[in-house]
Design a protein around this ligand. Structure first.
Ligand SMILES: CC(C)(COP(=O)(O)OP(=O)(O)OC[C@H]1O[C@@H](n2cnc3c(N)ncnc32)[C@H](O)[C@@H]1OP(=O)(O)O)[C@@H](O)C(=O)NCCC(=O)NCCS
Length: 160
């Protein structure tokens, strides 16, 4: 069945909806409007939006570092009412395509150890746990670190 939403690059006009989704989806560690504004115009950041005719359904933010072939999924969220429709999976597929296109070989992320939905999502699509950060989030909770070696790149052990 064809998807009833589209994935596209976010633009400045999406800012209010991005910030509103951020507030609804996360209880802590919110990206501020200023950070979004910066990411939207920063060539070392990628902000993707999942949209339908009603507006923004989901978003993903990826950061790149100069000289590094490791990209970082900084944030992903889907609006409560739009969950369970494969939107996060589609956002991640689009993210991985873009990351590969920029010559990066790995995508890394942190996920709250108390977030089973996100952990299930990442493990389902091939992310592998390789570490942890204690007290990573503003509320003191711990993160798992996950990594995916992107298809078409040579397999090596995760680097610390
Ligand atoms: C995690 C989140 C992004 C998933 O978005 P989504 O669009 O509902 O996810 P999808 O429909 O693409 O689901 C893909 C897979 O993820 C897993 N998954 C998603 N939601 C899940 C849930 N509530 N419980 C268990 N597994 C879940 C499933 O394996 C699912 O595959 P399936 O539908 O074939 O079973 C969404 O729940 C969210 O925005 N949560 C709040 C913000 C957040 O926690 N972001 C992640 C920060 S690291």
């Amino acid at each position: 069945m064809p998807a009833d939403f589209q994935i596209r690059h976010a633009v400045a006009a999406d800012l209010p909806a991005l910030v509103a989704l951020e507030r609804r989806a996360f209880t802590t560690d919110h990206l501020s409007p200023r950070q979004y504004r910066h990411h939207l115009s920063n060539p070392r950041a990628l902000v993707l939006a999942a949209v339908d005719r009603t507006g923004l359904l989901g978003k993903a933010v990826v950061l790149f570092r100069k000289g590094s072939d490791i990209a970082r999924l900084y944030s992903i969220a889907v609006d409560d009412a739009a969950r369970g429709r494969g939107i996060a999976k589609a956002l991640l597929r689009a993210v991985e395509r873009d990351v590969r296109g920029r010559g990066c070989t790995r995508l890394r992320l942190e996920v709250n150890q108390a977030n089973p939905a996100a952990i299930a999502l990442y493990e389902k699509i091939g992310y592998r746990r390789f570490g942890a950060y204690a007290g990573f989030y503003e509320d003191g909770t711990d993160a798992w670190r996950y990594e995916k070696l992107l298809a078409g790149t040579k397999a090596t052990r995760p680097r610390p």
